[in-house]
Design a protein around this ligand. Structure first.
Ligand code: SF4
Length: 265
C-alpha cells in the first residue's frame, strides 16, 4: 500500500490541529476529522453518481469465487494483467473444486505473468481447499470468515463483499487512501482509519458504489503525481491546498469505468 505524498501528510496535520480547536493538541488517539460538511460530502457523491451511475470494477470474473481469486491475484499487479491471465484460467477452473483438480503446477502455468505468482498459486489452491472444507465450496458473505482464507486480507474481503454481495464496504486501495488524505475527505494514517472515516461520512444511498467512484476518480483524475484538477467535477468543493483549478468540469454521464473525457483548455 503506497504512503501518502508529503503534501498529503501536511494536509493531515493541518486537519488534526483544526479539529482540536485553538491550536491545542488533539487527543493522541483521536481520528482526524473530515474537512467537509455533511452537505458537501453528499454533493461530492451526488456528482460522482451522475458521472458514473453504474460504476464497475475492472477485474473480470464470472461468480464470487472467480472474483475472490482475481482479487487475490491482483495484489501488486494491474487489473489488465490479471484479466489477461484469468480469461483462460476461469474457462477451465471457475469453482474451488475445479481449481483444486487443476492443481498448483498447472495453475502456475496460467498465472506466471503475474507478479508473485508462485505464492499466489499456493494461496489460491489453499483457499479453494478451505472453501470446500469449511463452506461447502461457497464464498462466505462474512468478513471474519473471508479473512481467515489464505491470501485474503481486509481489503480483498471488502472488495468481494461489495462486488459479489452488494454490502456497503469500503476497500481502501492506494487511490482511496491518497484521496482520503490529500483532499481531507477522510484522513487517516492507515487504510483502516481511512475506511472507517469514509464509512462514517458517506450517505447510505451512495455507499454501494462509493469505493468504485473513488478508485476511478483517483485513477483517472486525482492522480498520484499530478492531479488533473482541470477535468475534476468536484474542483470547486475540493479543499486540497495544492489544487490547480476551482471550476468544476461539466457534469455529464460517462462510461461505467472509463477515463474522464478531456475538456478544452
Ligand atoms: S480538484 Fe484536483 S486535487 Fe481536488 S479532487 Fe479534483 S483532481 Fe483532486
Amino acid at each position: 500500500m503506497a504512503s501518502p505524498k508529503s503534501k498529503d501528510r501536511r494536509s493531515v496535520k493541518r486537519i488534526s490541529s483544526a479539529a482540536s480547536g485553538n491550536g491545542a493538541a488533539a487527543p493522541a488517539r483521536r481520528r482526524p476529522r473530515s474537512l467537509y460538511s455533511a452537505a458537501e460530502v453528499r454533493e461530492i457523491f451526488r456528482r460522482f453518481s451522475v458521472q458514473r451511475p453504474e460504476p464497475k470494477g475492472e477485474l473480470e470474473h464470472v461468480n464470487p469465487f472467480t472474483l475472490l481469486v482475481a482479487v487475490v491475484l491482483s495484489a501488486q499487479a494491474t487489473d489488465a494483467g490479471v484479466n489477461k491471465a484469468t480469461r483462460a484460467l476461469f474457462k477451465v477452473a471457475d469453482t474451488p473444486q475445479k481449481m483444486l483438480a487443476l492443481g498448483e503446477a498447472k495453475l502456475g502455468d496460467y498465472i506466471r505473468t503475474i507478479g508473485l505468482w508462485r505464492n499466489k498459486a499456493k494461496n489460491v489452491i489453499a483457499l479453494s481447499e478451505a472453501l470446500i472444507r469449511g463452506h461447502g465450496g461457497k464464498v462466505p458473505d462474512d468478513r471474519d470468515e473471508l479473512v481467515k482464507l489464505p491470501g485474503v486480507g481486509r481489503k480483498t474481503a471488502n472488495v468481494v463483499l461489495n462486488m459479489a454481495f452488494g454490502q456497503h464496504t469500503m476497500a481502501v486501495d492506494t487511490h482511496i487512501f491518497r484521496i482520503g488524505n490529500r483532499i481531507g475527505l477522510a484522513p487517516g494514517k492507515t487504510p483502516e482509519q481511512v475506511e472507517q472515516g469514509l464509512l462514517a461520512i458517506i450517505p447510505d444511498e451512495y455507499l454501494r458504489h462509493a469505493h468504485h467512484w473513488l478508485i476511478l476518480h483517483g485513477r483517472y483524475v486525482c492522480k498520484a503525481r499530478k492531479p488533473e484538477c482541470r477535468i475534476c467535477v468536484i474542483a470547486d468543493l475540493c479543499k486540497y491546498p495544492g489544487k490547480t483549478n476551482d471550476i468544476p468540469a461539466p457534469l455529464v454521464p460517462i462510461g461505467a469505468d472509463g477515463p474522464v473525457p478531456a475538456v478544452a483548455p
